[in-house]
Design a protein around this ligand. Structure first.
Ligand code: ARG
Length: 568
């Protein structure tokens, strides 16, 4: 529809210029006015002519009438006047043919573009805090971040995924103390991250009655900062164990990072930042701590150094941004975190602006809402949290149960159960606008009959099976009925749907599009026999629509990180 809209806009532009030579309108502006009427009976595209009334000094119905008379546009069958609107009917056969050519025959994925050619985007996402649980609160940053990475790649950008691990900070002091007091090498080796989290949780419990433990932890962290070999070795080990475990979860999601450069990576890059802030007179002392005063911008101060001179989360982010700009020369650097960190990002983006780094404008914070499970909020720190890997295991198990019932003969059932279980979680998560708070109910996510991942995967598998059975076909002379045309129209909306998902950093726009496409395909499938169509021509036409749907569904599911097995 994007290319058709463009053609229509050019034709309308020509028409308007004939009516009023010298009128100041552009076809780019006209494109933005073209709308989809809510009722298909009114036409497929509508142009509200009151937009031109002032410029043309004419009444909208008169403009519409003149345009209707003159309009000649390939792909448009007829134009009718309805009040101040010009309603256009699309040439149905031409649209189907266009879709087939661009989804099945074309050599690049439908809707992909080269907008980003020659440009680089750095994406900072997932970034769990080592030794703290990787819980379902991290699902958002992990899957939104990765979906954005896929989307920017689809638009031609070079994408660099960075896992900004929380691998530095006082939690390591706590963990070291806990490990030395209550831990053992065997336990950590055997139970991995679970043991680290258990030690961390125990530290907090014990410290309630023994506050001096906190001093010990602080001392241990200071020792780490000064490169104490024993503590450094422990710290490195804790991180390696954690990364190995995260990678299992990432593998289930088909996520690979280009870099695991955590906060500690910037340790030696921070003195220069502090120095620059000093030279630019941006640092103020506040009760011994060094801050950048942001009162003039309506924000609390950005903390740069603690009283003891140690650096803070914002300091590391500033150093990391400068490093990334120097190393990757990005056109955009995207950070995906919970909305709770909005102020943090606004603050240090401001500090970079004050430092005179013009490229601060290319830093984008993409926030998202909270997650609860079956209605209960997640508590952190206490250990009373749902880990991402446990949520995934449960989803896979449930999916396996459903499939054992539905399709006990299926080859490779275990792999498919993994794809369906995880796909269900991801799809459900990415169905709502990212700022919406989400209540996770696994049963809903896995419902094959609902608006879910399994339903979308099932629809995709259906198209695969039909195409497989059909073999070769040669479509030509499309004459679509209402159901076929509705499906073609939805297919044709994919490129512009993708564009808005990209510009709004909103993968859920794609998820909801997938549901619409599945609904249209399934309606078509029930009303229009494909393999048993009355004529060969009709059969080929329906197979073409099926194959177009197959291609677009695969692309769209891929963009939101949901696997699409050929059989379910
Ligand atoms: N580790 C942080 C957390 O779990 C997220 C880091 C986000 N990225 C960044 N550059 N600040 O809250």
């Amino acid at each position: 529809m994007k290319s058709l809209k463009k053609k229509v806009a050019e034709a309308v532009y020509k028409g308007l210029i004939e009516i009023a030579p010298g009128a100041s309108v552009t076809s780019d502006e006209i494109i933005t006015y073209l709308a989809y009427p809510p009722d298909a009976k009114m036409g497929d595209l509508a142009l509200p002519c009151f937009k031109f009334a002032k410029e043309l000094k004419m009444a909208p119905p008169a403009i519409a009438a003149k345009l209707a008379e003159k309009l000649e546009c390939e792909g448009i069958e007829s134009a009718e006047v309805a009040g101040g609107y010009l309603n256009l009917k699309i040439d149905r056969g031409a649209l189907c043919e266009h879709i087939y050519e661009n989804t099945v025959k074309a050599d690049k994925p439908y809707g992909s573009c080269d907008e980003g050619s020659g440009k680089t985007v750095v994406l900072d996402y997932s970034s769990p805090n080592v030794a703290k649980p990787f819980h379902i609160g991290h699902l958002g940053t992990t899957v939104i971040g990765h979906a954005l990475k896929k989307m920017f790649s689809f638009a031609g950008y070079k994408c660099i995924g960075v896992n900004h691990l929380g691998d530095w900070g006082t939690q390591f002091g706590k963990l070291t103390v806990a490990y030395k007091k209550w831990g053992s090498r065997e336990d950590v080796e055997q139970k991995g991250i679970d043991e680290l989290v258990a030690l961390y949780v125990r530290f907090h419990e014990e410290a309630e009655n023994q506050p001096e433990l906190n001093d010990e932890a602080r001392a241990a962290f200071t020792a780490l900062e000064h490169g104490d070999p024993e503590i450094t070795a422990l710290w490195r080990w804790f991180i390696d164990i954690s990364i190995a475990e995260y990678k299992k979860t990432y593998k289930q999601l088909d996520i690979e990072f280009d870099y695991y450069t955590g906060e500690s990576f910037y340790t030696d890059k921070m003195p220069a930042v502090v120095q620059e802030l000093k030279e630019k007179n941006l640092l103020t002392l506040d009760d011994g701590a060094s801050i950048v005063d942001l009162e003039a911008y309506g924000m609390p101060p950005c903390l740069i150094l603690k009283r003891d001179g140690s650096t803070l989360y914002p300091t590391r982010d500033i150093a990391a941004a400068i490093y990334r700009k120097n190393t990757f020369d990005f056109d955009k650097c995207i950070y995906v975190t919970s909305a709770g960190q909005c102020l943090h990002f606004a603050q240090w983006f401001k500090v970079l602006e004050l430092m005179g780094r013009e490229w601060y404008k290319d830093l984008v914070h993409v926030p998202y809402g909270t997650v609860s499970l079956n209605g209960s909020k997640l508590a952190t720190r206490t250990g009373n949290v749902v880990l991402l890997k446990d949520l995934f295991s449960e989803a896979i198990e449930k999916a396996a149960g459903v499939m054992a019932e539905k399709n006990p003969e299926l080859a490779g059932r275990e792999d498919v159960a993994e794809s369906v279980g995880i796909g269900a979680v991801v799809f459900y998560y990415l169905s709502a606008n990212r700022m919406r708070d989400i209540n996770f109910v696994l049963e809903d996510a896995l419902n094959f009959d609902g608006n879910t991942g399994p339903y979308a995967q099932y629809t995709y598998a259906r198209t695969c099976q039909i195409l497989h059975k059909a073999g070769k076909y040669e479509p030509g002379g499309f004459t679509p009925n209402d159901d076929e045309f509705a499906l073609a129209k939805t297919l044709s909306l994919f490129p512009e749907t993708f564009d808005s998902a990209l510009s709004e950093y909103e993968p859920s726009i794609i998820t909801r599009y997938i549901l619409q496409l599945c609904a249209d395909y399934n309606r078509f499938y029930h009303n229009c026999p494909v393999l048993t169509a009355e004529t060969e021509q009709l059969k080929a036409q329906r197979l073409a629509l099926t194959e177009s749907t197959n291609k677009v569904l695969a692309e769209a599911l891929e963009l939101i990180c949901v696997r699409h097995p050929e059989k379910i």
